[in-house]
Ligand binder design. Sequence first.
Ligand SMILES: Nc1nc2c(ncn2[C@@H]2O[C@H](COP(=O)(O)OP(=O)(O)O)[C@@H](O)[C@H]2O)c(=O)[nH]1
Ligand SMILES: [Mg+2]
Length: 338
Amino acid sequence: MNSLIVRRILRGEVASAARLMRDLDDEIPSARAALRELYARAGRAHIIGITGPPGAGKSTLADRLVEAARKAGKAVGVVAVDPTSPFSGGAVLGDRIRMQRHATDEKVFIRSLAARGSVGGLSRSVFDTVTMLDAMGKDLIILETAGVGQDGVKVAGAAHTVLVVMSPGQGDDVQALKAGILEIGDIYVINKCDHKDSEQLARSLGLALEGAAPRDGWTTPILKTEALSGKGTAELLKVVYEHRRALDGAGAWERRSLNMARSAFMELLETGLRGFINEECEHGAECRKLFGALASRKTDPYSAAKTTLRKLLKKSPPAPLSKRGDNPSFRKGGRRGI
Ligand SMILES: Nc1nc2c(ncn2[C@@H]2O[C@H](COP(=O)(O)OP(=O)(O)O)[C@@H](O)[C@H]2O)c(=O)[nH]1
Ligand SMILES: [Mg+2]
């Protein structure tokens, strides 16, 4: 039996989706139950990750992709995890205007998430929002993350198609991007091709990608865009669709979907365990004793960790995870230590 709010969200009602997002943030238990129902109904959307250095034009490009997809009658969701994103109502007035052009479109849902706060909490919000947008019947869900450090690489585990966006004149040398980000792209985009150095960037990127083996029946292309004017962006969306066909043809769509579910699960598991361990070790008398034994060399970290892990795993598992990545039930229920 679906609850009323679930039925409304499945019909694509924006106000109900917005309410559920608020309730999830407030950690209201019924909201979590609703999300579980929605999860069972999701799984059809094509999730497109956009990553790359800040300022490369990811949000502008996302905006153009929304435009192109809407022209083709597709329903679109956007999740932007980027403090500089126009979708998060960035400081520049022009950015706000850009966002607003889709704000009145019922078939577009945009949510921005601040990158501050706990990493576990943020990835949960991303996962919840994507699930909801998917259940709402969005055909495409664009997930923008600032491609620096872990987040940019993580998007690979959260999307069917990963776009890596770069632009010239940022000092963002291809070499600097090599760590991680060059391996995750399904499509590389050189944006700001109105800029004179774009040819040079395209060449060095081409060299860096040279000889990369095709993955899932797909050889990663390099596309050129001018997100500001829109040039090349409709073409980019076509290539995104081609990538989906390639994945389907190679039987890789299901594999990626499974991998996405697995990533979300692993992340929740890790966050939960970390919270559990921290709680136990901060407040447990036995852990404090252990620290003393370690300091006086009566035991060693390997043996101590092994014994503690064994004891922890025998305990009853933590209550459902909190958004904040720790577990309030432990605080309410008093201190429990091993
Ligand atoms: N010249 C030029 N500027 C662009 C282009 N695309 C985006 N920009 C500008 O680059 C700046 C950063 O864009 P934004 O989309 O916020 O980048 P993000 O940080 O990657 O999301 C903004 O001032 C955009 O107007 C383009 O194709 N050409
Ligand atoms: Mg942005």
